[in-house]
Design a protein around this ligand. Sequence first.
Ligand SMILES: Nc1ncnc2c1ncn2[C@@H]1O[C@H](COP(=O)(O)OP(=O)(O)OP(=O)(O)O)[C@@H](O)[C@H]1O
Ligand SMILES: [Mg+2]
Length: 253
Amino acid sequence: MNKTISFHLQKGGVGKTTISGTIACQSALDGYRTLLVDVDPQGNASSWFYKNSLRWELSDVLQGNCYVNDAIVEIPNMENLFLLPTFGIGGGLKTYAETKIVDEPYVLQDLIRELSKDFTRIILDLSPGLGKLERAAIIASDEVITPMTPEVFSLDGLEIFIDELQKIKKNLRSQVRHERIIINSYDDRIRQHKDIFEAAKSGVFQVFKIPVDPVFRKAQEANSAPQLFKQRGKGLKQITLEAIQSINSAIWR
Ligand SMILES: Nc1ncnc2c1ncn2[C@@H]1O[C@H](COP(=O)(O)OP(=O)(O)OP(=O)(O)O)[C@@H](O)[C@H]1O
Ligand SMILES: [Mg+2]
């Protein structure tokens, strides 16, 4: 089944890009034609996977400056993984989000509908916040999954997100599902992390965790998939790999 997922919480630095990119890699490694769409004006997903310069970006597609197929690039050394990029520096998505999207809340939904004919699995990487751009991306998704770090501010953030999402669904007539949470950068030696995990589990959500693992940052610096990154023979911890694989196999069903 074709599916589009976004990983979102309005809070910054909780692992949205890390999880979007890592799950996109896992999906591609499993043999599915997967597209990662960089919907963040910071362009972090793009600079992670693509270091060469690019001609076109998402905002060009949205404004009709180029065809979508002109902007999509193959990720080097990663069969089945494709990127619809956004330029971090000199890019047009921030201006587009501040001006044009106000009148076009369904522009990403329309684009994703077209792209799902070509890609089995699509992942949208969003910027922090809940402005027009993030709303447009959320309603373009079949499901939004919330990554959060194990801290009380993230729990507060989740409550705000649930509340805002209800309004978005009502105002924009969206059926997007929100049933899963990922506690990221989890360390089971820390009492507070366990407490946050238990608190999250006591609600209606299916809750996953991803351990803290320095290989994510190293893989990002090396423009690599975390699953393929090795330094002195060492890569992701086995427990991290298992967490990613179990999330990946659950969410595309
Ligand atoms: N499980 C993890 N273990 C260790 N480091 C992690 C983990 N997840 C993310 N990080 C690191 O935390 C930092 C922030 O992650 P990331 O950029 O994915 O967050 P984000 O939510 O996308 O941020 P923003 O809100 O700015 O878009 C990065 O340096 C990343 O490498
Ligand atoms: Mg990010």
